[in-house]
Design a protein around this ligand. Sequence first.
Ligand code: FRU
Length: 487
Amino acid sequence: MNQWTREARYRPLSDIAPEVYQAMKEEIRNSPWRFSYHIQPPTGLLNDPNGFIYHDGTYHLFYQWFPLGPVHGLKYWYHMTSKDLVHWFDEGAALIPNDDADSHGAYSGSGFVKDDTVHVMYTGNKRDKDWVRHPSQIVGHLRSDGRIDKHLPPAIPAVPPGYTEHFRDPKVFQDASGIWYCIIGAQRENLTGCAVFYQSVDAETWTFLGELTTQYPDFGYMWECPDYFELDEHGILLFSPQGIIPEGDAYQNIFQSGYLIGEKLILPQLTYHHETFLELDFGFDFYAPQTTLAADGRRILVGWMGLPDISYPTDMYDWAHALTLPRELTIKDGRLHQKPVRELTELRKETIYDQETVLTQSTVLAQAEIFELELSNVSLQTDQFTLNIRASNQEATTLSYDAATQRFTIDRSRSGVDVPATDYGTTRTVQLTQPLHQLRLFVDRSSIEVFLNDGEATASARIFPKSTSQDIMLSGALTASISIYSL
Ligand code: FRU
């Protein structure tokens, strides 16, 4: 992408005449593989979810956005709101990188409610004339017109000693006594990744507390987008480490996101006893997730359904990526389980299949492009079953399960044109801890999200099939309750 010179990447949206931008938007709206029910950018590139927060009847969800092309350039925060986590309203750009402290991007950060107002804390990305990066952490609040006012100068103006310029993505939370904390992703001077904490009484003036000690002193070169929260008396740390080497089924993507689960973090001492790191998603395209508390206390996670440094077929149409569906987190057997939030049943339009099925041979159950499928009470009479979706005689995305090994595999080698990131392989496999009894699948025009055994394992993947590839075909000998809904 040679036209993406440094100058082009850092061009602000305000440089473009409104009618030129309008035409760009129109063209992209009509381009292939646009999503039907996922959050996607109107133009350009979307990456991390940011500032996810519920306040006063409304969910606010922002995302990292470069308006002018499918590349990582000058980042804005784009703002979406929802009453139900299903239908999202476009609120436009909320955070504009037009100050000295964020001159090269309003990078990732989080949302919190203080004084009955939505606040955010994010990383101001600034580069000097020698292209040296100077990150700072900036607090702001959301005005009633949907824009964010920055409280400048930055709350945390510089990187503390011992860390490099890779110091970003503050996630703010409050403890039971009302003290504010924020966790920030960092790279130590010895080029290993970690997370550090700050503390505050007013969420405006912050004091450095120190580094979180984990059993992972040397685990990748940078930890992006850390998130700490408590669920059912456990302390959970999510982060996206970079530079992890593949190991068996794990870490098969360019970068991964995962979690540590353990006892509650002791603050402000930063003592944390935890289990081993586990990946959150065994699919192809998932990164930088962020969580928030729902109105009723559920812990909800949204991720970026994409990865840094990978090209995708929509790049040629000047847009890239989407957010995942929101997932509810629970803990079972000491592990996180992830289920699509229950509100998502609202997406269902028509029931196109709904039967207790006894299958003995390959069967096309239905045809659909954009749908949800659920298999429950699955009982296999053979060793394997295979589910082909978005299938035709030229292409298919193949999900298969092997009962002998309890392994579930997604194969996107024949998913359509230009399968992304083939250097990292075209299949992903997960080892289940119990036989497969339930599967839920959400398919959009260019994505699949799979949830196995009521959330024991989850996978997200982008696929780029022809819109006419619509067969849903099941093979194997099995009985199951099967429902398919158009969405
Ligand atoms: C993760 C990330 C963050 C950063 C943002 C910039 O994908 O690299 O660390 O804040 O994206 O867009």
